[in-house]
Structure formats: C-alpha cells, structure tokens
Design a protein around this ligand. Structure first.
Ligand code: C5J
Length: 240
C-alpha cells in the first residue's frame, strides 16, 4: 500500500492506493468501433480512440500498484426486459438497441460488440460491472464491491466523458466517494463536451470531484510499496 499526492484540479489530493480503485467505463466495441451503438446514433466513433492509449497506461499503472481495477459495460439482456421504453425508442428505428448489426445485436450482453476492446481486456481478477444504465451504480453491485474492499476513492476513465463517465462520477460523489477523472483517458464524440465536461467536474471547488492528467501519476515503473526510486519528485510519496 502506498500514498502519494496527485496533482489535480481544483487542488491536489492524497491518494492511498489501498483505498483507491480504477474504474474504466464502457471501453466497448459498441462505442469505439464501426457498426455499434455509438455509430447507430450518428457518431464518429474514431473520436473515442484517443482514450485507448491513456487508458492502457493507467490500467498498467494500477495493476503495477496492485490496485483494485474494475471495468464497466453498458448493455442489456437479450430479451430486452431491462431496457426502458424511453431508452429503447430513440434514434433510427432500424438501428435500435437489440437490432442486428455487423458486431451482433446492438448493446446486447454476450454479443461481440458489447465486449470490451481487446486493448483493454479485463484481467481475471478485475470485476466487470454490467450496467443497464449510464451510471455504473444504477442496478449493479458496484457499491457492494467497493464497500467490501474498503474503497473510498475512484480514478475514473473511459467513455463518454459527458455521459457514462459523468453519470458515474455524479452517482459516486453522492455516495461519498472521492472521484478523480483522468482527463486524456476519457473521450467524447463531441470534443467540446469532453472539455466542458471536465471543467464541470472540477469547477466550484470540485463540485463532483477532481480532474488529473495520466502524466501526473507517479512513475509508472515503481508506484508500488516495493520501491520509491522512480517516484516522480513532484509527488510526495509516503510508503509503509
Ligand atoms: C452513451 C456511454 N454515450 N458509455 N454511453 O450512451 O457514455
């Protein structure tokens, strides 16, 4: 277990890796690749790809730290029994949730398109939270998992900044978690929504949480309790 001070907006905060989890939101083919849910809504899915490399970096960092890592997937049961009519009846009627697409049925659990992109494949011990909504707490066991591991702080990344990342951060903030959104490791189909979404989180003294850069994490080669030799000197490292 180790502690360090993370440079973040609106102000730095001390992170204890033993009480912190990384949560990677919805890095699924359905949002990032052609023929999925994102494209069915008329979006340019290539805009989300900028988040992949930073997500890989923070994922490796968190694994090296021995931190709890969780992944989320937005999606629904094949019989659509967990999709509200309000969510279902939107967009092009021929390309709605459950419609057949080139990656299988759109946003349906078990389909190729629903899965997480291979670049960010979950590890065996990394819980995957399947969620029917935009927020990762809604109708899931995320809160139970975090409580059972004594987690008080979340590092949050994934897509999209202003939808599922924002919703999850708002839910988490209301549940008492400190949330740090990792800026470059998030992305939106609307770059200005991404920028504004990040600003909204850190505004008003951090109304929902903090925003930090992946580059602000301590040295990725030695962030664990085993060694402090490569720790970024701009961060205060306290090992036990
Ligand atoms: C959306 C998400 N945008 N993961 N989902 O519908 O942000």
């Amino acid at each position: 277990m180790s502690q360090f001070t993370l440079d973040a907006k609106p102000y730095p905060l001390v992170i204890d890796t033993g009480q912190t989890a990384l949560i990677i939101i919805d890095m699924q083919r359905d949002f990032l690749e052609l023929g999925g849910f994102g494209e069915s809504l008329g979006n340019d899915v290539s805009l989300l790809r900028s988040a992949i490399r930073p997500c890989q970096e923070i994922l490796q960092w968190a694994r090296d730290c021995g931190m709890l890592v969780l992944h989320t997937r937005e999606g629904h049961r094949p019989d659509l029994s967990d999709v509200t009519p309000a969510k279902l009846n939107r967009g092009d009627p021929s390309l709605r949730i459950g419609s057949e697409g080139p990656m299988g049925r759109i946003l349906i659990r078990g389909e190729y398109g629903h899965d997480i992109i291979p670049e960010l494949a979950p590890g065996d011990r990394e819980p995957v939270i399947d969620k029917p909504g935009k927020g990762a707490f809604y109708q899931t066991d995320l809160q139970l998992i975090l409580a059972s591991r004594g987690i008080s702080t979340l590092l949050v990344c994934g897509v999209t900044t202003e939808v599922c990342v924002h919703t999850t951060v708002r839910e988490a903030n209301d549940r008492g978690f400190r949330c740090v959104v990792m800026a470059e490791a998030c992305a939106s189909y609307f770059p200005h929504f991404h920028r504004t979404g990040l600003e909204m989180i850190a505004a008003q003294g951090g109304i929902f949480g903090w925003v930090a850069s992946v580059d602000a994490l301590p040295s990725r080669t030695a962030p664990t309790s085993k060694s402090t030799s490569n720790t970024d000197p701009s961060l205060i490292a306290i090992e036990d």
